[in-house]
Ligand binder design. Sequence first.
Ligand code: NAP
Length: 456
Amino acid sequence: MRVAIVGAGPAGFFLAERLLARAEPAVGVDMYERLPAPHGLVRFGVAPDHEKIKSVTRSFDAVASRPGFRYFGNIEFGGDVTLRDLVRHYHAVCFTTGAQTDRRMGIPGEDLARSHSATEFVAWYNGHPRFRDLEFDLSVERVAVVGVGNVAVDVARMLCRTPEELARTDVADYALEALRASRVREVWLLGRRGPAQAAFTTPEVRELGELEGCDVRALPDEVALDPLSRAELERSADRTLRRKVELLQGFAERAPTGRPKLLTLRFLVSPVALEGDAAGRVCGMTLVRNALEADRSGALRAVATGRTERLPVELVFRSVGYRGVPLPDVPFDEKTGTIPNAAGRVLSPATHDPLPGLYVAGWIKRGPSGVIGTNKPDAAETADAMVADFEAGLLPAPAEPDPAAIERLLRERQPCLITFDDWKMLDRIESERGQANGRPRVKMTEAEIMAKLGCA
Ligand code: NAP
């Protein structure tokens, strides 16, 4: 069976791993990636100071070294290669393109200068080639990060780290310089519901309390649980949730220690508008205080009380969730930002029946939730559906059976196709540069990569 995987992030590699681990049927996997470097959000999303999480790439390397695996980097789906091409050359095509954009808050002032999405900032500090030229005004002192998920925590932590802490990471060089010169002193993390409903996880909260150059605090009346949350917590068997609430309540009891920066976690507040100055830049935010109410299903949701306050922030990052983007010629559900599917089989929007040979895995399948490891069972479900369909004779043999043919076609269209051996050479250079500087790696720019490969 010949399979094309579009997107070289964790879901793509977990899918390839599951397929290549099988003795029968023998599977050939070609992985397509529009960027030169593989690993998706592990390289361009995971925070630079979370180096351990990135060690998962060692298992991706093991997958890539298995017979039957090929990597076609610097190939854009919908441009260099189309769905028609892939259907002609493979029994199955699987989309693992993740969630490449962000959700919006839908409030006045959201598009002012100095109002950004967290996804852009994350991609920028991680050296993503399509985001490296963005500019963030770090000459301001007060910043709000809207949302209390793990991405919001990453952004707040990156803003609060000292230059010395950052210099030990693989943060992009230009971002390191910008963050070194940053004048940001106060950061607010804004949660619309209470501490017991916050999406961030307990280890991430603990880490916020251990920053070298930043005091952390929460407001006592906002971390005290309301009766509905208390009842929810008492019913819950989740001990880490209790620990998380305790940690947040502990932040409210801390006295400032005079560290240069201050991070304040706020709960039960929603931004309702961003104010702009004469130059059209954010110069403040109006917040409304919320109360919690149970909806019909019993879930607690935030309801505005009408009491408002002003936060004097000059830079805003909205971190209210990622969102998938449609792919050319592939069905897409605008409401969920995902490809409609049943257990990984792509469904026709018209008939809701599976479209033979088309599959999906990862965030573009289920939405932007879970940690990297969550993609493993998700990809396994899709891989197993694919194999079952192949064994049931539902996947016709491709019109072009020669595996060499697609590589010839790709090289004609994109002479600078990047193979996994090319990537390993680049990876070695980045690691060696890192070693020489006491860092895990020093990331190369796209221009440097192309020059090294003789493609400039
Ligand atoms: P997330 O976990 O879904 O969090 C989104 C946050 O935005 C929630 O606090 C949500 O509040 C809030 N929100 C949504 N709409 C809002 C609005 N209109 N106004 C105010 N707040 C709003 O998403 P994420 O932080 O982007 O993370 C995505 C996934 O990646 C998560 O599964 C996360 O755990 C994972 N991740 C993990 C790590 C790690 O392991 N270290 C790091 C980064 C990301 P409500 O709950 O009230 O909706």
